[in-house]
Design a protein around this ligand. Structure first.
Ligand SMILES: O=C[C@H](O)[C@H](O)[C@H](O)COP(=O)(O)O
Length: 255
């Protein structure tokens, strides 16, 4: 079975899903050195689903199968582990593969410097562990995610912050002292009574600081707070971003 060309694909019923797929497929096609890359990071969320799907297509292709079957794919949470397994790819661990060749992951928002907000799906910690362990970190996203300039222009849910559960009151207070306008411990809603618990058995706080003109400075201030595990601000981390548009085109942005 040959890897289908992107132009030959029938559009999906949902333009948004077609945009995600176009970005993710092109990112895989253009950023894997099939002869030399061995360890591949697989992120979390709904866009990276198509990246794992595309890698699975290469696995089934006679020309690439022997190479891709040797790839070790590193997950960024439970959903990501399932993506790897469901596409027939070899699952590895960050413990055994701390040097990753290329990582593919989504984003909640992308600024004009390729800084990111991530964590909308509560997976930010392992995502940051994997993305910062990678030689190349490739972002795949749809047209809703590109901020005209600053982060928190379109993404209004606040900065996701992973915290130690017992510290939620202390961290909430400290974030307000730092200038957060709104601080919410993310709740499970109808899916779970009480707070969302991450794959690392932590809580998440979403903290709204308004538009972020200096996300790096804010990241370091938040990270220094007692009880904070990691922030969803990915600064100077992404190498390239593929943004899928509603008209089927894909824009590519380099750091
Ligand atoms: O915690 C979740 C991750 O940061 C996702 O990569 C991010 O929320 C983007 O997800 P999606 O591709 O579904 O928009």
């Amino acid at each position: 079975m040959a890897v289908p060309s992107i132009s030959s694909l029938a559009p999906l019923a949902d333009k948004l899903e077609s945009a995600k797929r176009a970005a993710a497929y092109r990112a895989i096609d253009e950023n894997i050195d099939f002869q030399n890359d061995k360890v591949i990071g697989i992120g979390s969320g709904s866009t990276v689903v198509y990246a794992a799907e595309r890698l699975g297509q290469y696995l089934k292709d006679a020309e690439y199968s022997a190479l891709v079957s040797q790839f070790i794919c590193i997950p960024t949470g439970f959903q990501s582990r399932r993506l790897i397994l469901d596409n027939g790819l070899k699952l590895g661990s960050i413990e055994e593969n701390s040097a990753i060749d290329v990582d593919f992951d989504g984003a909640d928002e992308i600024d004009d410097q390729l800084n990111l907000i991530k964590g909308g799906g509560a997976c930010l910690f392992l995502e940051k562990l994997v993305s910062t362990s990678s030689k190349k970190f490739i972002v795949v996203a749809d047209y809703r995610k590109k901020a005209p300039k600053y982060l928190s222009t379109n993404w209004k849910s606040g900065i996701p912050i992973e915290i130690v559960p017992s510290a939620y009151v202390r961290v909430s207070d400290d974030l307000k002292k730092l200038g957060a306008k709104k601080v919410i411990v993310r709740q499970g809603g109808s899916a779970k009574a009480g707070p969302v618990v991450t794959d690392n058995n932590n809580f998440l706080i979403d903290a709204d600081f308004g538009m972020l003109e200096n996300p790096s400075e804010l990241h370091h201030k938040i990270k220094a707070l007692v009880g904070v595990v990691e922030t969803g601000l990915f600064i100077d981390n992404a190498s390239r971003a593929y943004i899928g548009n509603a008209d089927g085109t894909v824009e590519v942005f380099d750091k």
